[in-house]
Design a protein around this ligand. Structure first.
Ligand code: GLU
Length: 469
């Protein structure tokens, strides 16, 4: 066997790809990319009741959006029962596993008895030496050692040892013929030559059982690393009640996938005190050794700040299609061929926290305000504003040069002639042009709107102020 590193992401398709799962996928993907290894996608769909095709599609959609690509798969566990059967038979033939016909009630009584005696509730091994023949309706259990302990050399948590007395002869195949998670996952990881199993630490209790299966098969045990959970701001496990969970919700909210990946990689991994990482940085710098032992707390504000930084540092080529996608999603009228697009994006880049924010700010470049914000107009439409707007209009009609510098000079001359501070001129102009109290600088706005869009907006505001009296 070569020493290629092989990692995997094996989601259960029982919902969308959530941020915790995305982080696990990311760590495995980065480790494979960093080491020139392979990253496998496997769909763990043995829970037939809860698995759906919609969820499978949602997982693909989430991974695609994030740009997490895989080198092999997707493999589906439900299509691999033949492989599981071969290994199960091997274990039964080697007397490492056995058929058990104890009814669920009998097993529950055993567990109850153990509980009453202050022991861990466990199956007591009744059928272990009965040598029962293979039969439908019986479960198959692993013969686990009664003494000693099972050791995990966890890459992240360090060594963990579990006394074997705490592990009962657990089920490999249920009475309905469906293989259990612990068995299927081991056979998959084994037959797919997985070298590193990096997953959430909610699985740490399964690992000793999985190690015992490898040992029973005489197979090489992969390396395990259990990543601490992602917590919500209240420090309980991140869940739906904390708000957005599915990664595609972050797309809708206007996050860049690279910003979400940057945020997720830092939620558990560090590289000195560096916070900003491009995907290339992550692929180059990621290491399993620098995954921390304490859980990460999901912080929307930090994610948003990081998103703003990614937007700011993005290229036109990157942002333009994403920006247009948001404009469309938000039904903001615009012309995707508008020659001003690059200039609008450049102007809004340092001012946008999200692409939604950018799209909303961009609206003013395409459509005249349909109303004036009450707060903004109260603050900016003053007694002298009507004359200010008229003056701007008059000067603008006479100007040919509508460059930013020329527009700034025009506004300064209005201030001078009327003896007003810039705020008294720019304020009402902003409301007239955008309907809002916030926007980029007026020189930049005027230059991008041009006379043909500015003049009708000034007329509308003048009419509005005249009507108000
Ligand atoms: N299907 C399991 C899950 O989604 C995978 C656990 C593992 O990585 O082994 O939690």
């Amino acid at each position: 066997m070569s020493d290629t590193i092989i990692t995997r992401f094996p989601p259960s398709p029982t919902g969308y790809l959530h941020v915790g799962g995305a982080r696990t996928a990311l760590f495995n993907w980065l480790y494979a990319r960093k080491t020139g290894g392979k990253f496998i996608l496997r769909i763990e769909d043995t829970d037939i009741q809860r698995s759906t095709q919609e969820s499978v599609n949602a997982i693909f959609e989430g991974l695609n959006w994030l740009g997490i690509d895989w080198d092999a798969g997707p493999f589906y566990q439900t299509q691999r029962f033949d492989v599981y059967k071969t290994y199960l038979n091997q274990l039964v033939n080697d007397k490492k596993a056995y058929y058990c016909t104890c009814s669920p009630e009998t097993v529950e009584a055993m567990r109850e008895k153990a509980r009453a005696e202050g022991r861990n509730p466990m199956y007591d091994g009744s059928c272990r030496h009965k040598n029962l023949a293979p039969q439908d309706g019986a479960v198959v259990r692993l013969c686990t050692p009664d003494t000693g302990s099972t050791r995990i050399d966890d890459i992240i948590k360090g060594p963990i040892a579990i006394p074997n007395t705490e592990i009962d002869d657990f089920i490999l195949r249920r009475s309905d013929g469906v293989y259990t998670y612990n068995f299927a996952v081991v056979i998959d990881d084994l037959t797919m030559d997985v070298t590193h199993v990096i997953r959430g630490d909610d699985h740490v209790s399964n690992t000793p059982k999985q190690i015992l299966i490898y040992e029973a098969l005489g197979a090489k045990v992969p390396k395990f690393g259990h990543v601490p959970m992602v917590l919500g701001p209240d420090r309980t496990r991140l869940s739906k009640r904390h708000g957005a969970m599915g990664v595609m919700e972050y797309q809708k909210m206007g996050f860049l996938p690279e910003a979400l990946l940057n945020y997720l990689v830092r939620l558990g991994w560090s590289y000195g005190d560096q916070e900003f990482f491009t995907i290339e940085d992550m692929k180059r710098l990621f290491s399993l050794e620098s995954i921390g032992r304490s859980p990460g707390v999901f912080d929307m504000e930090k994610l948003t700040a990081l998103n703003a930084e990614h937007i700011q540092k993005s290229t036109q080529e990157r942002l333009r299609p994403l920006f247009l996608e948001q404009m469309q999603a938000l039904c903001i009228p615009h012309d995707p061929q508008d020659p001003r697009l690059n200039a609008i994006i450049t102007l809004l880049q340092p001012r946008s926290k999200t692409l939604v924010d950018m799209a909303q700010q961009a609206e003013s470049f395409f459509v005249a305000p349909s109303a004036y914000c009450e707060v903004a107009s109260k603050k900016n439409f003053k007694a002298e504003s009507l004359d200010v707007l008229k003056k701007i209009r008059e000067k603008l009609t006479k100007t040919e040069d509508t460059s930013e510098a020329a527009m700034e000079a025009l506004l300064h001359s209005v201030c001078e002639e009327m003896g007003l501070k810039l705020g008294k001129v720019g304020g009402p102009l902003r409301v007239a042009l955008t309907g809002k109290g916030f926007s980029p600088g007026m020189g930049e706005m005027l230059a991008l709107l041009g006379k043909e869009r500015t003049l009708p907006r000034l007329d509308a505001a003048i009419a509005h102020l005249e009507a108000k009296g």
